[in-house]
Design a protein around this ligand. Structure first.
Ligand code: AMP
Length: 208
């Protein structure tokens, strides 16, 4: 699932994963969990994440590779927030070489909509659950909803700059593949989900 911060990758990746009975794998969620748990990985990543920059390719590639090697990902997965650089995409291509197809969905959203969405986005302060709009407390643990530490104005601007510089080139990397699809992300969540489902079905021939 490709797209800028605030495009709805997390929400859509979760729906898509549920529909296909495969895990959603988010490198951002794994890194935030490491920060909460105070592990070595979390301590190394926190300052970079809080500044809105990208964690190094070596570290993120190792994190993604370890997660993808687990049993529950053996029959498919939805990736959210990985790859984010061409180097990460090249690493991913090497691992899944023999396992086809890698469906690449780019969620396209205008920049002013992204800024508005990021300003109102909330996660659970206890467990990190990504809240859906219009909800007052965490649906998973009942915890309080808080702003993500990297969703403040300054950091959002930096994350969008980083996206255009490092991640948008991935659209160029993937877009000539027959498995690449772009969907309009500036619609209701349900409409985007329907477009993504249709895009995935058009690549896989309707296979789950
Ligand atoms: P996300 O939840 O996907 O918006 O990710 C939050 C933050 O985690 C990003 O701003 C980066 O600092 C870091 N991060 C997550 N995924 C990656 C990745 N694939 N490459 C580099 N940094 C990442």
């Amino acid at each position: 699932m490709l797209g800028p911060p605030g495009a709805g990758k997390g929400t859509q990746a979760e729906r898509c994963a549920r529909a296909h009975h495969v895990p959603k794998i988010s490198t951002g969620d794994i890194l935030r969990e490491a920060v909460r748990a105070g592990t070595e990985l979390g301590r190394a990543a926190q300052a970079v994440m809080d500044a809105g920059r990208l964690v190094s390719d070596d570290v993120v590639v190792a994190v993604a590779r370890e997660r993808l090697s687990r049993e529950d990902a053996a029959h498919g997965f939805v990736l959210d927030g990985f790859p984010r650089t061409v180097a990460q995409a090249e690493a991913l291509d090497k691992w899944i070489d023999a396992k086809a197809p890698l469906v690449v969905v780019d969620i396209d959203v205008p920049e002013d909509t992204l800024v508005q969405r990021l300003a109102s986005r909330r996660i659970c302060g206890n467990c990190g659950w990504n809240a859906v709009p219009g909800i007052a407390a965490c649906a998973r643990c009942g915890g309080p909803l808080v702003e993500r530490s990297d969703d403040g104005d300054e950091v959002v601007r930096e994350r969008l700059r980083v996206y255009w510089r490092s991640t948008q080139p991935l659209v160029e990397y993937y877009h000539r593949r027959p498995t690449f699809r772009s969907v309009d992300g500036d619609q209701t969540t349900d409409a985007v989900a329907a477009d993504i489902a249709a895009a995935v079905a058009s690549v896989t021939g309707g296979r789950a």
